[in-house]
Every structure is written in structure tokens, then in C-alpha cells.
Design a protein around this ligand. Structure first.
Ligand SMILES: *[C@@H]1O[C@H](CO)[C@@H](O)[C@H](O)[C@H]1NC(C)=O
Ligand SMILES: *[C@@H]1O[C@H](CO)[C@@H](O)[C@H](O)[C@H]1NC(C)=O
Ligand SMILES: *[C@@H]1O[C@H](CO)[C@@H](O)[C@H](O)[C@H]1NC(C)=O
Ligand SMILES: *[C@@H]1O[C@H](CO)[C@@H](O)[C@H](O)[C@H]1NC(C)=O
Ligand SMILES: *[C@@H]1O[C@H](CO)[C@@H](O)[C@H](O)[C@H]1NC(C)=O
Ligand SMILES: *[C@@H]1O[C@H](CO)[C@@H](O)[C@H](O)[C@H]1NC(C)=O
Ligand SMILES: *[C@@H]1O[C@H](CO)[C@@H](O)[C@H](O)[C@H]1NC(C)=O
Ligand SMILES: *[C@@H]1O[C@H](CO)[C@@H](O)[C@H](O)[C@H]1NC(C)=O
Ligand SMILES: *[C@@H]1O[C@H](CO)[C@@H](O)[C@H](O)[C@H]1NC(C)=O
Ligand SMILES: *[C@@H]1O[C@H](CO)[C@@H](O)[C@H](O)[C@H]1NC(C)=O
Ligand SMILES: *[C@@H]1O[C@H](CO)[C@@H](O)[C@H](O)[C@H]1NC(C)=O
Length: 592
């Protein structure tokens, strides 16, 4: 791996909570370990097959909340997030061409879901999604029924628009059933993939291999680790001998409530911890490298993931802490060259584990509840706002690269973490985004203060002054700051969370239902000077240079008539100087 000793920082420790000041040292040029080009659908979705209609409704009863929330993301990048239809229930989902209903779940009297059948109306649900939404369809492997998989693949191709299919997967988490080895998994998988491609005349590579659940065994490269089923072992066993593999996907769930020992570890302070999430994702670095060497820059995906498996944990995965975890996880993964991450949405499955915490309703890690259920009313959770942040960081650029510039990397490519002795840095995180049009300065920066501040705490909320002056295009350069904020990491109420001043969790009318519309005054700061104050449990996006004129930034700020009235907030304690340039840019900009 490239040994890039990243940005060192000047640190002064003052408060008991952590850092008051962090000055990024530079250089401002794009680091040698920066990612390959970021994919516009970096932040995508995996929807559990059995819950697909719960999320999006159907042609007679579309779920407008879900559709609006997806549209906001597409508006910011020009490309809709991708949707993988899959998960455990994909291995018990069957095509029933004679079925009138779009989707039927066979649930017994104990609440256990036995299987799912879909009919022709199912594909019409997909056509409700924003234009350009690409679909990955998860076929059933568990039944070892080739004809069944073929018929579902055929129905999918007929049901989707031309070019709408991203890929097919065969089997969900096959490392959890039939005692598959890399050899006998690959023998079946590659034969099916080839035969279905031939039978349906699928052009080019259209298959996504692995979709495995288990974390990589460590250390990497031992005989035991090499015999674990996953992307690298399936490719080594010949999965791509017929050149049909487009991507390889593995699943990541850092925490779990499937059993009591893991329930104890799935806490909010563990979740909102940069060191822990970076060390976890670092386990994949060797596999990401292996897969990309064989299949290309965009080929390694986290095709299903969330914070806490077995459907999340109340008070952890439905909080603003999850929003911060999601932001850091997505950017950190992108910085180690994961092309896309598909956050899983669905509900608890009764038969997943005999000791699981959750039963019924929708999952505590879902970004929103599209329908009322036993776990709560229709609502938008804090973590949805993170996807707006990510989408605006990407903007319309197709030539953006990310790097984790603080705390940065060790010589072997792993992040510098508190676990390796650097106690000072762990909860402050900085990512830079460079466009190929200017490799000398980042077009954007994401500043994350992961220190936990709870709404329930009293006293002064700690804050850190990030000094980005060494990364500005010039000493006086003007830049924009947009904030992801909440009263604390423990907040579950989405209406208390704002992105750029606005919440997307509000009600359509008093006493009405949430419709996903931006509410509240749009707010961004236009500033110079280079010192930005970021409170504990807060994150900001900084935009500078030519991206100030980038229309993606402009049309992301939907409520521009209001932005002009209230975009000049000064940050308390910050070092903000209103440059003439900033004022000019600001007025020129809002008149567009
Ligand atoms: C990511 O990929 C790029 C291009 O292949 C490479 O130069 C860079 O070193 C990689 N970064 C990491 C952290 O692996
Ligand atoms: C945003 O700007 C881009 C680039 O100019 C444009 O293609 C797109 O249609 C705009 N989107 C909206 C919602 O205005
Ligand atoms: C569409 O959804 C409605 C309400 O959930 C349901 O009653 C109806 O049967 C569904 N239509 C189809 C074709 O599945
Ligand atoms: C679904 O499960 C039920 C109960 O086990 C069974 O009777 C039915 O045949 C199954 N449907 C399909 C399509 O396999
Ligand atoms: C794969 O091989 C293992 C080890 O020989 C065996 O236990 C398992 O049953 C095989 N699985 C299948 C689906 O053939
Ligand atoms: C990098 O080195 C550290 C020890 O210094 C180790 O914990 C980590 O696993 C290594 N990472 C990789 C990707 O080899
Ligand atoms: C984050 O996790 C690391 C590794 O477990 C630990 O050393 C560190 O103290 C944690 N940080 C906080 C703020 O809890
Ligand atoms: C930067 O700002 C200072 C003080 O406002 C001013 O004197 C100087 O001319 C500015 N430089 C540039 C390049 O705009
Ligand atoms: C914040 O609240 C969570 C529970 O919601 C608790 O676990 C944590 O200890 C609290 N405080 C801090 C500083 O993490
Ligand atoms: C713009 O802001 C105003 C005032 O907060 C609000 O009434 C209006 O609904 C907003 N419009 C949009 C499109 O968000
Ligand atoms: C501007 O924002 C401040 C603080 O968020 C708020 O108190 C004030 O009412 C807003 N002003 C306008 C004109 O919307």
C-alpha cells in the first residue's frame, strides 16, 4: 500500500471532553492515497425484498414520503441512489406470474414469515422510483432451484426498463447456509450466472458475487482466512472465469442485537466512535484491493449493511448518533475505495435468531418509517439527513476523489486510531474532496466532531475550532459552511435534526403526516478566515473554489428565497471575517 503520512495537526488539549482546536497542516494538494473517482450513487439503499411494498406502496397507493425522500437525493447529484432488492427474504421469494397482488408475504400464526411471492404488478412499483434508479435484484440460491432463479431473472428483465438493471445477485449471505465452501459455492454460482446470461442473452458482465455476511478473518492471507467464503475466495475459486462478474459485494454490520452478548456491546458510545468504525472497515482493505485489481476501480461494494444487525436497537440506531456514524462510515469506506454502500431497510424477521431482541414492525435502523407499525408512527429519522449531506458533498461532479486527511493513515494504509495509542485525535475526523479540475486544493471538506453530546446533558456543549486555512484556495478565499445539527447524539426525534437549517421530518399540516419536504429556514454561512467551530456531535460541509458556482450546490438549496434572508449566521467563538468577495459571491449566487 502507498505509504502516505497524512496531515499532522497542531493540537492543544483544554477541556475534559476533548479538543478545542485542530489546525490542519496541509499540504492542500490531493493526497497520494485518495480514492478513485467517487460514484454518484455512493450512498445507496438495500431494501429487504419482503418489505419492498411497505416502503414504496404500489401504483394505486404509492408511498409519497419514500418517493420524495429519494427524489431529494437525486436532485443533489443528478443520479438517483441505487436500490438493491434483497436480503434474507430474497432466498425465499418466488415469481408467480399468475398472482394479481404485487407482493404477498406468507406469515403464519406465530408471526413468522415463511416466504414471499411476487407477481407482475411488483415491477410497476419499481417504475414509481425516480428516473435513473438502477436496480440490483437478489435471486434465490438457498433452494438450489435453478429454474426458479432463471424464471425470476427473466421476469426481472421483462419488468425493468432497458438498462435499469445494475446486476443480479444469486443468494443472500450464502456463508450462512448449505455449508458452502469457496469451491462448491463458486461451482454452482458461476454455472448459474453463465447459464442464465446465455438463456436470457444478457450482454456483458451483469453479476454481483458473494453478498456474504461474516467479517473477514484476521490476520489476512492465512490458510484459514483464505478458506473463508467471500469476494476474494470466490474470485480465487474461478467465479469470473467466464468474465461475467461486474461487482463483488460483502455485508457489514458492526454491531448486532441477534444475541445477548452482542446486545451489550451495541451502545451509542460504541457506535459514535471513529476509531471503532475505521478499525472495523479496515478489516476489508486487503479484500477491496484484491477485488479492484481483478475487476476494476468501481468493483467493491458493501451491498447490504447497517449499524446493528437483527434490525437495529432502540436508542442507538434510530438516533442522531446513527446519523454521525452513517456519515463517517460512508466517507471512511469511500476513502478506502468502497465504490457504493447500500444501507439496509426493512423489518425484524421472526426466524432470524432465537435470541434476537426485536420482533415485528419495522427496523430501528431504518432511515424512515413509510408506514405506521408497532415500532412507531410514520416518521423520518435523524440519519436521513446524513444522506443529504453526502449527496451535496458529491454534487454533480463525476470526477471527485475523497481522502481521510485527519486523523489520516499509517504507512500500511490503516487509519490512525486511538486504539494505536493516539488518544488525542480519535473523535475528530476530516475528509477532503478534490475535483480533477483542481488537484491543488480540496473543493470541499467534511469536518466531523464525533465527541458525544447528549440532549440530556447540562452545562456547556464542547466545541472544536477546526482551522482549515492551509486548505483554502487563497488566504482570503470565501467559502460556504452547511451544518448537520441536533440537540444531541441521543436525539431520536427527526424534527429536531437539521441539515443546512432545515428538517425533512416535519408534518405536512398540523396533525398531518410527514411528507419529506424541507421545513424551516434554509441556512448556510458564507465566510472567510478559515476557522470553523463545530460542536460536539455535529458535522459540517465546507465548499470553496469553483464549487461555489457549481449549480449542484445552488439547486441543492431548495428554498433560495429564504436563504437570502438568513444565510449570514456567524458562528459563536469562530473567527469569521466577511470578505467583500464573499458578499459579492453571495448576492450573485442567490440571484441565479
Ligand atoms: C484507492 O484507489 C486509488 C486508485 O486506484 C489508489 O491510488 C489509492 O491508493 C487507494 N486508496 C486506498 C486508501 O486504498
Ligand atoms: C441542478 O443542476 C444540474 C446541473 O446544472 C441540472 O442538470 C439539474 O437539472 C438541476 N436540478 C434541479 C432539481 O434543478
Ligand atoms: C396496493 O396497495 C394497497 C394498499 O396497501 C392494497 O390494498 C392493494 O391490494 C395493492 N395492490 C396490489 C396490486 O398489490
Ligand atoms: C410458502 O410457505 C407456505 C407454508 O410453509 C407453503 O404452504 C407454501 O407452499 C409456500 N409457498 C411457496 C411459493 O413456496
Ligand atoms: C460444500 O462442501 C462442504 C464441505 O465438503 C459440504 O459440507 C457442503 O455440504 C457442500 N455444500 C453444498 C451445497 O454442496
Ligand atoms: C496496519 O498496522 C496495524 C498495526 O500497526 C494493524 O493493527 C493493522 O491491522 C494493519 N492494517 C492492515 C490493513 O494491514
Ligand atoms: C473509541 O474506541 C476506542 C477503541 O475501542 C477507544 O480506545 C476509545 O477510548 C473510544 N473513544 C471514546 C471517546 O469513547
Ligand atoms: C486579503 O484581505 C486583506 C485584508 O482584508 C487585503 O488587504 C488583501 O488585499 C486581500 N488579498 C487579496 C488577494 O484579495
Ligand atoms: C449519552 O447517552 C447514551 C444513551 O442514550 C449513553 O449511553 C451515553 O453514556 C451518554 N453520554 C455520553 C457522553 O456518551
Ligand atoms: C421555504 O421556506 C418557507 C419558510 O420557512 C416555507 O414556508 C416553505 O414551505 C419552504 N419551501 C420549500 C420548498 O421548502
Ligand atoms: C434567522 O435565523 C435565526 C436563528 O436561527 C432566527 O432566530 C431568525 O428568526 C431567522 N430570521 C429570519 C429572517 O428568518
Amino acid at each position: 500500500m502507498l505509504a502516505h503520512i497524512a496531515v499532522l495537526a497542531l493540537i492543544t488539549l483544554k477541556s475534559a471532553y476533548g479538543l478545542d482546536n485542530l489546525k490542519l497542516k496541509g499540504p492542500a494538494t490531493i493526497p497520494a492515497d485518495a480514492s478513485s473517482r467517487l460514484h454518484p450513487a455512493l450512498a445507496s439503499f438495500s431494501i429487504e425484498t419482503a418489505f419492498f411494498q411497505d416502503f414504496f406502496g404500489n401504483t394505486t397507493n404509492p408511498n409519497q414520503l419514500s418517493l420524495n425522500l429519494l427524489s431529494h437525493l437525486k436532485d443533489r447529484t443528478g443520479i438517483a441512489p441505487e436500490i438493491r432488492i434483497g436480503g434474507i427474504t430474497a432466498d425465499s421469494t418466488y415469481w408467480k406470474p399468475e398472482q394479481n397482488a404485487a407482493l404477498v408475504n406468507f406469515v403464519d400464526s406465530t408471526g413468522a414469515l415463511h416466504n414471499t411471492t411476487i407477481g407482475p404488478e411488483f415491477w410497476k412499483i419499481i417504475q414509481l422510483l425516480p428516473d435513473s434508479t438502477k436496480i440490483t435484484m437478489n435471486l434465490d440460491l438457498h433452494d438450489l432451484d435453478y429454474q426458479g432463479a432463471l424464471s425470476m431473472a427473466q421476469a426481472t428483465l421483462k419488468g425493468l426498463k432497458r438498462d435499469q438493471l445494475a446486476t443480479f445477485e444469486i443468494g443472500n449471505e450464502p456463508d450462512h447456509y448449505l455449508s458452502f465452501t469457496p469451491a462448491n459455492y463458486t461451482a454452482i454460482w458461476s454455472k448459474w450466472a453463465k447459464d442464465i446470461s446465455t438463456a436470457l442473452q444478457i450482454p456483458g458482465p451483469r453479476w454481483q458475487v458473494a453478498a456474504t455476511a461474516e467479517d473477514p478473518l484476521w490476520p489476512y492471507g492465512t490458510a484459514t482466512a483464505n478458506s473463508q467464503l467471500g469476494c476474494a475466495s470466490a474470485l480465487a475459486a474461478g467465479a469470473n472465469k467466464d468474465n461475467i462478474v461486474k461487482y463483488c459485494s460483502e455485508h457489514t454490520y458492526q454491531y448486532s442485537v441477534c444475541d445477548p452478548p452482542r446486545i451489550r456491546v451495541a451502545t451509542l458510545p460504541n457506535l459514535v466512535n471513529h476509531t471503532r468504525l475505521a478499525m472495523y472497515l479496515d478489516l476489508w482493505q486487503p479484500r477491496i484491493k484484491t477485488v479492484r485489481q481483478q475487476l476494476g476501480d468501481d468493483s467493491f461494494l458493501i451491498g447490504e449493511y447497517n449499524s446493528v444487525s437483527c434490525s437495529g436497537k432502540d436508542g442507538v440506531s434510530n438516533t442522531f448518533g446513527q446519523a454521525l456514524w452513517l456519515l463517517d462510515t460512508t466517507f471512511y469506506a469511500a476513502s478506502i475505495n468502497v465504490s457504493r454502500l447500500y444501507i439496509h431497510q426493512g423489518g425484524p424477521l421472526a426466524l432470524q435468531s432465537s435470541t434476537q431482541l426485536n420482533h415485528g414492525g419495522l427496523s430501528f435502523y431504518d432511515m424512515w418509517y413509510p408506514v405506521q407499525n408497532t415500532n412507531g408512527p410514520i416518521q423520518v429519522f435523524p440519519s436521513y439527513h446524513t444522506y443529504l449531506f453526502i449527496a451535496e458533498a458529491l454534487g454533480y461532479s463525476k470526477t471527485l476523489h475523497i481522502s481521510n486527511i485527519y486523523p489520516g493513515r499509517q504507512s500500511n494504509g490503516s487509519t490512525i486510531t486511538t486504539a494505536l495509542g493516539d488518544q488525542s485525535a480519535g473523535q475528530l475526523v476530516v475528509y477532503g474532496f478534490w475535483d480533477e479540475s483542481d488537484k491543488t486544493h480540496p473543493a470541499k471538506l467534511a469536518l466531523l466532531n464525533m465527541q458525544i453530546w447528549n440532549e440530556t446533558m447540562t452545562g456547556q456543549r464542547p466545541a472544536t475550532q477546526f482551522d482549515i486555512s492551509n486548505h483554502l484556495t487563497s488566504k482570503n478565499a470565501s467559502y460556504i459552511v452547511r451544518r448537520l445539527q441536533a440537540p444531541g447524539a441521543d436525539v431520536k426525534d427527526g424534527t429536531k435534526v437539521t441539515w443546512a437549517g432545515q428538517t425533512y421530518s416535519g408534518l405536512a399540516t398540523a396533525g398531518g403526516l410527514p411528507d419529506g419536504t424541507a421545513r424551516g429556514d434554509y441556512k448556510e454561512e458564507h465566510a472567510t478566515g478559515g476557522v470553523i467551530t463545530v460542536a460536539a456531535s455535529e458535522a459540517v460541509l465546507v465548499i470553496q473554489g469553483s464549487d461555489l458556482h457549481d449549480s449542484s450546490s445552488v439547486n441543492a438549496s431548495s428554498n433560495s428565497s429564504h436563504s437570502s434572508k438568513n444565510s449570514s449566521e456567524l458562528v459563536k467563538g469562530g473567527n469569521f471575517i466577511w470578505g467583500l468577495l464573499g458578499v459579492l459571491l453571495f448576492y450573485g449566487w442567490t440571484m441565479i
